[in-house]
Design a protein. Structure first.
Length: 552
């Protein structure tokens, strides 16, 4: 980047040169060809293409001198003679600057060319008036008087550009050569005779600044402007100066957040945190003010909504920014998570927010006003904590299979009663995968619910019709978690009556029940097993004594 360029890049400089050359070519062409000539139509098309390229990153501010067109201090075009319309005649007629904005329309381009193509010798030609009468929505004309006014602090756009013109990204504004410029800026910020209240931004001024700062291509300018303002905190500021710089800092923080510039916002937060540790009340005050502004709910919301204009974001960048924003970001983040197109990345990054994010997500999910539960639910699954799972556990029968499966798998380590109900409910799930996961996740604390499940299945005569592998794992689980209630249900399937029954051999289903009974370790289950053994046929007793597993 050129040392004479502040907010503009070398690419923007080249695009500006191409644009002015194309404009001069079109001015010559309109004098040579008739209005409907195809060559002239092609020139208008080429001009609009150059215009879009030069303004892609934001408005292009050109300064006019008697012999040159300048982008900041770098010439983009030099007139061949002082009689040329651009720049000599325009400058003589009081036009000292042109700001080109993106979106030049075909008819507007024609009106611009026709206004500038008038011969300077024609009677009554006033280029400033011609440009005004051309009704150019995407061209701002700066006259002598306007240039003088822009140097004062009644133009937020001029101030933002002035602040951002100190150095560049690789040339921090703390260097000694910027001392004089900063002193001049402070003098503009606070004329000693004026009331500090005059430095408040009006609604009109905010609207004027909005299109300049909201442009995605203007992020670099915003970052650098905030670096400059923070650098000023190292110097002695009068109270009135401090009030003014504070207001501007707050405005630029909001605008930076609104662009969705995660690295820029992280840089700002990191620098502010470091400044908080430094010496000097002014420096610390500015740092604390910056952090407080960046962490306000509307600002965080604007930063997150700004990400919707970005095609792709990286989870580490988002996580770093969230960590620096702190707990205050939890609520706007949870609300954004319910509507963002970056949901997967957001879920990956949210873990840095800790318990506060979980608490807010759970409360938001439970809210009757929440319409986007489907997008919040995966975030609760990703957290996998007791409270997160409990928030969705009661809904599990209505959820899709993969979600029911995750609830059961993660619920294995949960002690929350709602999650335990979801786990045992999975024993009845229509999906074999969910049933197997539920069998593995069931614990001894679930024994009462398992006993109820067994009674239902036996009454419906469906327990012995399950797939062999599922049946084997089910009975292994019953032996592992069985208590007195479970033992009594299984024992009821193995009791025999009458003399002939004393010689009966157990069915495969009864064998599975006996093996499960034999494996139970709970004292109340052993009492049931002992009572059954006293009255059972010898074939039943043998299975109870040696634990032979006929299903293995």
């Amino acid at each position: 980047m050129s040392g004479n360029l502040g907010i503009y890049s070398e690419l923007e400089l080249k695009a500006a040169k191409d644009l002015i050359r194309e404009l001069v070519r079109a001015l010559r062409g309109v004098r040579l060809y008739s209005e409907d000539h195809p060559t002239l139509e092609g020139m208008v098309t080429n001009l609009r293409k150059r215009w879009e390229a030069a303004t892609a990153a934001g408005p292009l501010a050109l300064r006019l001198t008697e012999g040159a067109v300048l982008l900041e201090d770098v010439p983009v075009y030099r007139g061949s003679s002082l009689g040329d319309v651009l720049p000599g005649q325009l400058y003589d007629h009081g036009v000292v600057g042109l700001i080109f904005k993106r979106g030049l329309e075909p008819e507007e381009a024609r009106r611009l060319i026709e206004a500038l193509a008038r011969e300077p010798d024609d009677e009554g030609v006033d280029y400033a008036l011609l440009l005004w009468e051309a009704d150019l929505n995407h061209v701002q004309v700066l006259l002598d008087a306007e240039e003088t006014e822009d140097e004062e602090f009644d133009s937020p756009e001029a101030f933002a550009r002035r602040v951002a013109s100190f150095g560049d990204e690789s040339d921090p504004p703390m260097k000694p050569e910027f001392d004089e410029a900063r002193r001049a800026l402070r003098a503009q910020l606070d004329p000693p005779e004026l009331d500090p209240e005059l430095f408040q931004f009006t609604e009109r001024e905010r609207e004027a600044l909005e299109p300049l700062l909201a442009n995605d291509g203007y992020r670099r300018t915003l970052r650098h402007a905030l670096r400059v303002l923070h650098a000023m905190a190292y110097e002695q500021l009068d109270p009135e100066e401090g009030i003014t710089v504070e207001h501007v800092t707050g405005l630029l923080v909001e605008r930076l957040a609104g662009t969705g510039d995660l690295p820029g916002l992280s840089e700002l937060l990191e620098r502010s945190e470091e400044m908080c540790q430094g010496q000097g009340p002014i420096r610390q005050h500015f740092a604390e003010y910056t952090l407080a502004t960046a962490r306000e709910h509307p600002v965080v919301t604007a930063a997150l909504d700004g990400l919707e204009r970005v095609q792709r974001i990286e989870a580490p960048d988002l996580a770093l920014c969230l960590a620096r924003l702190g707990p205050e970001a939890a609520l706007p983040f949870a609300q954004w998570l319910g509507r963002t197109k970056h949901a997967e990345t957001a879920r990956e990054a949210m873990r840095v927010m800790g318990p506060e994010a979980e608490r807010v997500l759970v409360e938001l999910y439970a809210s009757a006003e929440t319409e986007n539960r489907g997008q919040l639910r995966p975030a609760l699954i990703d957290l996998g904590t007791h409270d997160a799972l409990a928030a969705i556990a009661d809904e599990s029968p209505q959820l899709e299979e993969t979600t029911r499966l995750e609830i059961v798998r993660l619920g294995e380590r949960s002690t929350d009663p709602r999650v335990r109900r979801a786990v045992t409910r999975g024993l009845r799930d229509p999906s074999p995968r969910v049933r197997l996961a539920s069998i593995k996740a069931t614990r001894r604390s679930d024994a009462a619910a398992v006993a109820e499940f067994l009674r239902e299945q036996l009454a419906a005569a469906t327990l012995d019709r399950r797939p062999p592998e599922e049946s084997r794992q089910l009975f292994e689980m019953l032996g592992r978690i069985g208590d007195g209630d479970v033992a009594m249900v299984l024992a009821s399937q193995c009791r025999t009556r009458g003399l002939a029954a004393r010689f009966k051999k157990p069915t495969p289903f009864q064998e599975a029940c006996l093996v499960a009974l034999r494996r139970m370790r709970a004292p109340d289950a052993k009492r049931v097993v002992d009572e059954l053994a006293d009255k059972a046929p010898s074939a039943f007793r043998e299975l109870l004594e040696d634990g032979f597993d006929s299903l293995g």
